[in-house]
Ligand binder design. Structure first.
Ligand SMILES: [Zn+2]
Length: 228
């Protein structure tokens, strides 16, 4: 009898910790689906997703997404991403958009904000939005991504994702190129990404080559609820 009880405990434990159960019961993902957001790979053929905050390969060196394993975006933003992937394929057949981050729960925005304490809030805002003001990621209307070739390898963009410094600034590219700090190849690769995204209506920002907004913060706020 005791053995059977132990067996039952084992089965329940195994089920609760299995990736399948995790995916089905992830409160972040369930909340986003309830708010009408769509999972990217199910909706946009050709786009790959590797959420960096769901790994240790990020500026915090730890997984802060836990059960959040899939990239979600608002329906209208997914439609734009579909256009961007088509535009990329027309320029570079076989290439894929590779998503590093999409909708980001507000509770995780706080973790990002509180980790970057080496920067005073005024400078920190250039890299991570103040959670009190919300990030456009919190509305499922911003996306971090790069381009991968036919083999799935990310192109050289001059810096890694979440590199906090001028070398990642789109606004400084001409200057960095002239000073040979940014290679011509990396510059061209950024143009490939930016052209694909802009042709679909996404807006680049000043400080991060990987970040694009579908809407301004005010517009995202008007249209959608924050993802908690
Ligand atoms: Zn971003």
């Amino acid at each position: 009898m005791i053995r059977f009880a132990n067996f039952l405990v084992f089965i329940v434990f195994a089920l609760c910790t299995s990736p399948l159960m995790h995916a089905q019961s992830c409160s972040y993902e369930m909340a986003m689906e309830k708010q009408g957001l769509l999972e990217i790979t199910k909706s946009v053929p050709g786009v790959n997703v590797q959420l960096k905050y769901a790994t240790q390969d990020n500026f915090m060196k730890r997984d802060v997404y836990g059960c959040l394993q899939h990239g979600y975006l608002q329906k209208e933003v997914v439609a734009m991403l579909k256009k961007a992937q088509k535009s990329l394929e027309s320029m570079k057949p076989g290439y894929h958009l590779l998503v590093y981050d999409a909708a980001r729960p507000l509770s995780i925005q706080w973790i990002l904000w509180n980790t970057l304490t080496q920067y005073p809030p005024k400078i920190r805002k250039n890299y991570v939005a103040d959670p009190r003001e919300h990030s456009i990621h919190n509305y499922g209307s911003a996306i971090d991504l790069t381009v991968a070739d036919e083999k799935g390898n990310a192109l050289d963009m001059g810096t890694k994702f979440d590199f906090f410094g001028e070398l990642a600034y789109p606004s400084k590219e001409q200057e960095l190129l002239a000073k040979n700090k940014l290679s011509k190849k990396a510059y061209e690769n950024r143009q490939i990404l930016r052209n694909a995204m802009k042709s679909a209506g996404f807006m680049p920002i000043e400080y991060e080559w990987w970040h694009f907004n579908a809407f301004s913060r005010a517009e995202a706020k008007r249209r959608y609820q924050v993802v908690q």
